[in-house]
Design a protein around this ligand. Structure first.
Ligand code: AMP
Length: 128
């Protein structure tokens, strides 16, 4: 069965798309730690990030870099944290999270509750 992220990439489940090319898809995390929290996913359905072949992994980091640059100027954060968990969804992905201090990337914290309008505004800003 396709993962939820493959279904998002296929357009079967809605998402707030930030960027896309032939190999990768980036969209806003629905339970964000901060405004701009984005997931970068390979279209190839692989569970574990480090099971991707070397070239795909390199390209994925370069793709993530272009989005991280936009997140940084959008949020004015000090850095964009690059986090790999993968405990919930078995489809490799990288979290990009605006960060000013270590506590900003504490996944046990309560997540932001954003309206659809807020998600759309953020996605639109990051698409530019
Ligand atoms: P993990 O696999 O532990 O890296 O966590 C998966 C992440 O995917 C979590 O931060 C979820 O909030 C996020 N997530 C799960 N389903 C969706 C969805 N339909 N749209 C956006 N983000 C999602």
């Amino acid at each position: 069965m396709a993962t939820i992220f493959s279904r998002i990439i296929a357009g079967e489940i809605p998402s707030y798309r930030v960027a896309e090319n032939e190999k990768f898809y980036a969209f806003l995390d629905i339970n964000p730690l901060a405004k701009g929290h984005t997931l970068v996913v390979p279209k190839q359905e692989v569970d574990y990030l480090y099971d991707l072949d070397d070239d795909t992994l390199k390209e994925m980091i370069v793709f993530a870099k272009s989005i991280a640059t936009k997140i940084k100027s959008f949020s004015g954060c000090k850095r964009v944290a690059t986090v790999v968990l993968g405990l919930e969804v078995p489809h490799a992905h990288i979290h990009l999270i605006p960060m000013n201090s270590e506590k900003d990337v504490d996944f046990s914290r309560e997540k932001l509750s954003l309206t659809p309008e807020e998600f759309s505004e953020i996605a639109t800003a990051l698409q530019k």
